[in-house]
Write a protein that binds this ligand. Sequence first.
Ligand code: ADP
Ligand code: MG
Length: 240
Amino acid sequence: MIKVDNLFKNYGELEVLKGVSTHIMKGEVVAVIGPSGSGKSTFLRCINRLEEPTLGHIYISGEDIMSSKTDINHMRAKVGMVFQHFNLFPHKTVLENLTLAPMKVKSMKKEDVEEKALILLKKVGLKDKALAYPDQLSGGQKQRIAIARALCMDPEVILFDEPTSALDPEMIREVLDVMRDLAKEGMTMVVVTHEMGFARKVADRVLFMDQGSILEDTTPDELFDGSNHSRAKDFIEKVL
Ligand code: ADP
Ligand code: MG
């Protein structure tokens, strides 16, 4: 579903991604772990072109997203994103947060999107919050709304950038549960996370990034239970 081929990203003199190559299959859940500043967010942001790659290619369902022929709105409709700080529209209700993009980008009818949005709010356990505003919600609720908003576009893949890092500990579980259910339903997901329990139990593969490169691309079993010594293992021991 996603192929990343020799991706480089520089900010001026700073080389942030140094030739990253990987692929993500349909239905796969891939956890991305690694120290702060290693380029994890930049990697995700290049995949949906929030950042312009310096060099390399990214293909989504065979389509080269850097090609001048690619319609960026069409491409972003296929790739959902969930951010650490939720990024909900503060002056819109929960329902409006969900319906805005499908109406604008996919020209869907308001009644149809609202019906769909209510089903998704029910799925994340927040149907009763449809008319609330984001600042009336807890962090965990906001993040579940952000996930429902991503789903409302019918994405082919959802990218999560540390979705639980800004949450109080008691709210992490409710967000991870929603993500685990999505994974079980076969959603393709790329998840930057420090939640090693999630990476271990839910991910099919784990990528370990350090200083702009993928140093390991392995299964959770191999990474967490294998006897090899590696920088990835040292990192995991520090964060656990
Ligand atoms: P991670 O998500 O793994 O913590 P990031 O991708 O956010 O890493 O950042 C990787 C490096 O790129 C860091 O050194 C960071 O300071 C730098 N960086 C990220 N975004 C920008 C930007 N917009 N301009 C300049 N430097 C940036
Ligand atoms: Mg980051």
